[in-house]
Design a protein around this ligand. Structure first.
Ligand code: B12
Length: 215
């Protein structure tokens, strides 16, 4: 849905740190009524994936990657008011990254998608310690816990969080997602009940809209 040319220009602006130009592209796409999910996946996600490839190839520096991420996080805040729902779903979720996981953009998108489906969402961001996360879930008693994991080595920390939460909420549905599960992370959480690995925002929206909202 997003034209190649628009994407390339946005990526150039992002790597060069041209915040206003990036914002103008996003505002134009919003005005053209490009679906929010398309912006999340085809613009924000795919441009950062490309930044990652450039970085890995030595063609973008860590500073440029930080710049690109900072602009993206700012733009998520620009898009969010356009994603707000007409009615509330009377469901709540806690969304967090696993302990040690610093990649937080995906988790934030997940939080915004649930919120735009009418859910009441608390997003804890990157690197939430297991004990803190469990304590917060106990306090809030949400309908869903969603955990984001990017690096496969952090899947055991997500598993530890699920174990800690299971001690007082054995039936709480848990949704797991992020790049770690595209590459081997699945094996590490296979034996947990009521845990579902969700691989797309479309699937997440389906869960959010389903009656009862249980994965
Ligand atoms: C920005 C970035 C960073 C930033 C993050 C800052 C921040 N504020 O988030 C910083 C500098 C901290 C960083 C650090 C590191 N990074 Co980094 N980083 C990236 C980069 C360029 C973009 C990440 C991103 O935001 N992607 C865009 C988001 C939107 O995509 P996403 O997370 O996949 O989310 C989508 C889906 O997966 C899904 N989703 C995500 N979570 C969930 C959860 C649920 C429940 C659901 C339903 C869906 C879902 O929804 C999203 C929308 O579709 C990636 C490149 C890449 N491929 O992503 C590398 C990348 C992830 N990093 C990488 C590496 C190696 C590292 C470091 C180990 C580097 C180092 N040596 O220090 C450290 C690890 C730090 C840590 N402890 O976590 C590698 C990972 C390789 C691997 N296979 O493990 C990548 C792939 C780069 C590369 N090509 O090599 N990084």
């Amino acid at each position: 849905l997003i034209e190649q040319e628009t994407f390339r220009r946005y990526l150039d602006d992002l790597l060069a740190g041209r915040r206003e130009a990036c914002r103008a592209t996003v505002e134009r796409l919003l005005a053209e009524r490009v679906p929010i999910r398309t912006l999340y996946e085809e613009l924000f996600r795919d441009s950062l994936y490309e930044v990652g490839r450039l970085w890995q190839a030595g063609r973008a520096s860590v500073a440029h990657e930080h710049l690109a991420t900072a602009i993206t996080e700012e733009l998520l805040g620009v898009v969010f008011p356009h994603a707000l729902p007409a009615e509330e779903a009377d469901r709540s979720a806690v969304v967090s990254c696993a302990a040690d996981e610093f990649h937080q953009v995906g988790g934030r998108i997940v939080a915004d998608v649930l919120e735009s489906a009418g859910w009441d969402v608390k997003f804890l961001g990157a690197n939430t310690p297991v004990v803190e996360l469990a304590g917060f879930v106990r306090e809030l008693d949400p309908d869903l816990l969603a955990l984001s994991v990017t690096v496969v080595d952090h899947v055991p920390a997500a598993a530890a969080a699920i174990r800690a939460v299971r001690a007082f909420a054995p039936d709480l549905p848990v949704a797991l997602g992020g790049q770690a599960f595209a590459e081997g992370g699945r094996e590490l959480v296979r034996d947990f009940p009521v845990v579902r690995i969700v691989s797309s925002l479309e699937e997440l929206e389906g869960i959010a809209r389903a009656r009862g909202g249980r994965p």
